[in-house]
Design a protein around this ligand. Structure first.
Ligand SMILES: *[C@@H]1O[C@H](CO)[C@@H](O)[C@H](O)[C@H]1NC(C)=O
Ligand SMILES: *[C@@H]1O[C@H](CO)[C@@H](O)[C@H](O)[C@H]1NC(C)=O
Ligand SMILES: *[C@@H]1O[C@H](CO)[C@@H](O)[C@H](O)[C@H]1NC(C)=O
Ligand SMILES: [Zn+2]
Length: 451
């Protein structure tokens, strides 16, 4: 829009010589002329400013295109410029396990600048206005037989986890114009403000800790910022919900060591991730934690009834209103199996999960955790990381404001990370001791009486 010479229309109001056009009013012409003159000047200057800075002003004051697709694109576009506005920070992306299984962790065997086989590569991340994501450093659960009844057999899971952290960090370093490791919520904002994709690390299951809280601390030092308490198997810390109904519990929630694990996670600032956990594990974790928690990739059970989704009674425990509520963000999973009946997962049904979590827990407690590269098929309209704007557009159409959308796509997670970082600082300032708890079934450590 250009500065139209609409000021021309105001000419009769400008003070001028000759007979006044308002001679029927008994106001002194000079005063009136000054007032009109000042008003006109303000109007003209305003018009020029608005026309010159229309794009920026539009972005800041919230004037958005009427068409939802255009509005979503616009909301996401301004994000890198105005930190704190909308950008997508995804809670769970499985690129590292794809690289392990397909390329044996050889970073020379593929190019993230080109089209990758599944859902994630740099061109599509850019198209989807992604500001950051957690790289899941997942490795699979050992079989029940391999790990043994008491979880005591060695399983190579700690080695494999280190290999996944290694490949994630190698890739982040290999594309320095695109990715940058982020360790704090402040890092995320700073990386985004420099036009890059904030890269965080998450470990997807207590089975990756080798039954050891010492391993947890070392993973933190390697840059890991969340640990999912379980994957699809129970482990020495907690019960999983499995994948199908009817998983028989082992601990009826958290084990005693699991309680210690959460205390230590709170103390060091490792986010507690409750995706994949049993309902009892999740409830007890919410009662145990001193810090805000996340569900890195889980949807709503009331919308689609599978164990991996979060039930309403647990969603109701989330919040900041009542003293017994815990601040949290549930980051919605796109996996069709969790979203809808076979063949029915679409961008609209994913939006239904977002809306439902927002209804029960509040709009400040929902986020996005796609599970891209970790799922076989995808919802219609959300085929890969380039498609987040379609979901933003759908929610915008349903009445979500751009501020609410900014929360959904990133700010809610940043608030929760801020909270966890603050709690860790407070616990450390209080001189809270590290946890020295050892799994009580272990006989390989601390059992020697004679020296
Ligand atoms: C890694 O992949 C590249 C490209 O395919 C290949 O030339 C190289 O030999 C691979 N390295 C190893 C150690 O397999
Ligand atoms: C795992 O440990 C159990 C004891 O709990 C043992 O009987 C079994 O042979 C072990 N399995 C393997 C594969 O080592
Ligand atoms: C998909 O949803 C529609 C409408 O809700 C329903 O009629 C249809 O049976 C569903 N399809 C499948 C495959 O479940
Ligand atoms: Zn998962």
């Amino acid at each position: 829009m250009s500065a139209q010479p609409s000021n021309g229309e105001q000419a009769p109001l400008l003070p001028g010589g000759g007979p006044s056009i308002n001679r029927d009013q008994p106001v002194r012409p000079s005063v009136r002329a000054i007032i009109y003159g000042v008003l006109t000047a303000i109007f003209v200057v305003g018009l020029v400013v608005v026309s010159v800075f229309w794009e920026e002003v539009g972005g800041i004051v919230g004037s958005l295109p009427k068409d939802p697709e255009q509005a979503a694109k616009r909301i996401l576009e301004i994000a890198p410029v105005i930190v704190g506005a909308v950008f997508v920070v995804d809670g769970h992306i499985d690129l590292p396990i794809l690289v392990r299984e397909r390329y044996a962790n050889n970073a020379s065997a593929f190019d993230l600048e080109k089209e990758m086989p599944a859902h994630v590569d740099i061109p599509r991340l850019r198209k989807g206005q992604v500001g950051g994501f957690f790289w899941s450093t997942f490795v699979e659960c050992p079989s029940d037989e391999a790990v043994g009844k008491e979880f005591l057999n060695s399983t190579w899971r700690v080695r494999d986890t280190l290999e996944q952290i290694d490949i994630a960090r190698l890739l982040i370093d290999q594309y320095p114009d695109t990715f940058e490791l982020a360790l704090t919520s402040r890092d995320i904002k700073s990386v985004i403000s420099r036009g890059k994709i904030a890269s965080l690390l998450g470990v997807e299951g207590g089975h990756q800790l080798g039954n050891s809280i010492g391993v947890l601390r070392q993973l933190y030092l390697l840059g890991v910022r969340y640990v999912t308490l379980t994957h699809v198997c129970h482990n020495v810390f907690a019960d999983s919900c499995g994948m199908q109904p009817g998983m028989i519990p082992r601990w009826n929630g958290l084990s005693p060591l699991g309680v210690n694990l959460i205390h230590e996670m709170n103390r060091i600032g490792m986010l507690v991730d409750l995706s994949h956990t049993s309902d009892d594990t999740a409830r007890q974790a919410l009662q145990t934690t001193k810090a805000p928690v996340i569900w890195s990739h889980s949807s709503a059970r009331a919308v689609h009834d599978v164990p991996r989704n979060v039930p309403d009674d647990i969603l109701a425990m989330i919040g900041t209103d009542a003293p017994d509520q815990v601040d949290a963000v549930v980051m919605v999973n796109f996996a069709p199996f969790f979203v809808a009946d076979p063949g029915n997962a679409t961008v609209q049904t994913v939006a239904d999960h977002v809306d439902h979590i927002a209804d029960i827990a509040g709009k400040k407690h929902v986020g996005l955790g796609s599970d891209f590269d970790g799922i076989g098929d995808t919802p219609k309209g959300l085929e890969d990381v380039s498609k987040y704007p379609a979901l933003i557009a759908e929610l915008f159409r349903r009445g979500w404001t751009r501020f609410e959308l900014a929360g959904l796509t990133g700010r809610n997670l940043l608030r929760v990370m801020d909270g966890a970082e603050r709690v860790a600082q407070e616990l450390q300032d209080l001189g809270t001791e590290p946890s020295y708890a050892i799994y009580d079934k272990r006989t390989d450590i601390g059992r020697r009486v004679e020296l």
